[in-house]
Write a protein that binds this ligand. Structure first.
Ligand SMILES: [Zn+2]
Length: 453
């Protein structure tokens, strides 16, 4: 009789992998960047003491250097490419990139090969993440089988699997058929799962690769108009209202989407929305270089859109930041602009961008960052154990951020397997120095943890 390999049997119940029985003392950190520095003692994966000058009786001591302590970040929109494109990213390298960015939980999209449209695939993604122990990797199930947009997947079976799938999306593709989306919303309501929609009416974006505007016109690039996004946002908000399923708007990119989400929220429709760091920071002037690294879907828009998106994140119309981390190989990016695959890396630069836009400008504080990058995303997917307050008794999912460490982005030096960052050679003023997942140090000053044995 042969025993099954650990990779297929672990974790059998869908629970989290056991917490290592080590203790950790974090010295000299300021929770949320406020007040005098404190020490934090962690045991059995939880915060057990917060105070000044705690005695070092622990296995490991970290010196926080007086820096900012935040709850571990949560990203509800990444692409880790496993299974199918392990040449560009894997669950391991994606977990390490996530830890380097301050994340303790990520949700990985279903558009892998094979598509994550059944429990066995979701369970294998979940089990690998837990075995490595560097970041909680939650699989997102597809809404339709094979992302084909014709037949719904079994939300209930995936919800009840060891992976406990709590979010479904055909991201990369829009569930465009209104009757199918209506059925999905009804099914999601019954199973209490979240539907994340990639809002793109496909008949309006056929062959498009850039925001429809003056710059695309001048460059001769086929335009992707705002209405293609906004038409689906409006439709799905009304479906959510009428059939009581929770709908989440992926990567909001236009000022009109902001108005529609506000309209929906003002009327208590069960709608939430995310925005990516690149749609907050970059605009379509980037396209002048024809560099495929700037191709993304939805496309980079205009300055009036980035301004509206920034304001919407500040005032709570948009709930959270999600990176849409999308690794691609050189062969898929270093080609004609309209042939480049859409997508950009995001995990390792997102916190620096949010700090640049909101902290360094004085528009917001670190409590705001904790809210939009940890607390709100965890709430949207109803994820226990993450996005929690920094307090005694809470799970020790944390990151330490230095706000006086200038660094320059070097795609080759990122921990992701790919290097398609649009921020190459840009300088930022904030950097994650440590990440801690249930008491385990998963990132330490430039070095992500190795997978747990
Ligand atoms: Zn998408």
């Amino acid at each position: 009789m042969t025993s099954q390999p650990a990779s297929t049997t672990y974790p059998p119940t869908g629970e989290l992998a056991p917490t290592p029985q080590t203790t950790l003392l974090i010295r000299n950190v300021r929770p949320y960047g406020e007040g005098e520095p404190v020490d934090i003692r962690i045991s059995d994966g939880h915060i057990v003491e917060i105070g000044a000058d705690i005695a070092a009786t622990t296995d490991t001591v970290i010196d926080g250097g007086g820096q900012i302590l935040l709850p571990g970040l949560v990203d509800i929109h990444v692409h880790l490419r496993e299974p199918g494109r392990e040449d560009t990213e894997t669950i391991l390298t994606g977990s390490q990139a996530a830890a380097a960015g301050g994340f303790t939980a990520v949700f990985t999209m279903a558009n892998t090969n094979p598509v994550c449209d059944q429990p066995i695939i979701a369970e294998s993604v979940w089990a690998k993440g837990q075995r490595y122990g560097i970041c909680d990797v939650h699989p997102i199930g597809s809404i339709t089988q094979g992302l084909a947009g014709t037949t719904l997947t079994e939300f209930g079976m995936m919800r009840q699997s060891a992976a406990k799938v709590r979010m479904f999306s055909d991201d990369g593709m829009c569930v465009a058929n209104p009757l199918l989306m209506r059925r999905a919303v009804e099914y999601a309501a019954g199973e209490d799962v979240l539907l994340a929609q990639h809002c793109e009416e496909p008949t309006l974006t056929d062959g498009a690769c850039a925001h429809e505007g003056a710059i695309a016109g001048k460059l001769g690039l086929r335009g992707w108009p705002r209405v293609a996004e906004e038409a689906i946002v409006a439709r799905d908000a009304i479906l959510a209202r009428d059939y009581a399923g929770r709908v989440h708007i992926c990567h909001a990119s236009t000022a009109g989407t902001v108005e529609l989400v506000k309209f929906a929220k003002d009327r208590d429709m069960p709608v939430t929305a995310e925005v990516t760091p690149h749609h907050l920071l970059l605009d379509d002037r980037r396209l002048e270089t024809f560099d495929g690294v700037n191709r993304v879907n939805p496309p980079l828009r205009e300055q009036s859109d980035t301004a509206a998106l920034q304001q919407a994140l500040l005032d709570g119309t948009i709930d959270c930041v999600a990176t849409d981390h999308a690794p691609h190989g050189q062969e898929d990016k270093a080609c004609e602009f309209n042939l480049a695959r859409p997508g950009m890396l995001g995990l390792e630069t997102s916190l620096a961008i949010i700090a640049k836009l909101f902290i360094e400008t004085g528009k917001a504080d670190w409590r705001f960052v904790a809210k939009v990058m940890s607390e709100n995303p965890a709430k949207i997917v109803r994820l226990p154990g993450h996005g929690r307050p920094i307090a005694v008794g809470e799970p020790a999912n944390l990151c330490i951020v230095s706000d006086n460490q200038t660094w320059t982005v070097d795609g080759q030096a990122l921990h992701s397997k790919a290097s398609n960052t649009p921020y190459e050679a840009m300088e930022f003023g904030c950097k994650v120095t440590h990440t801690i997942l249930r008491g385990r140090v998963t990132y330490d000053n430039g070095t992500p943890a190795d997978p747990r044995a």
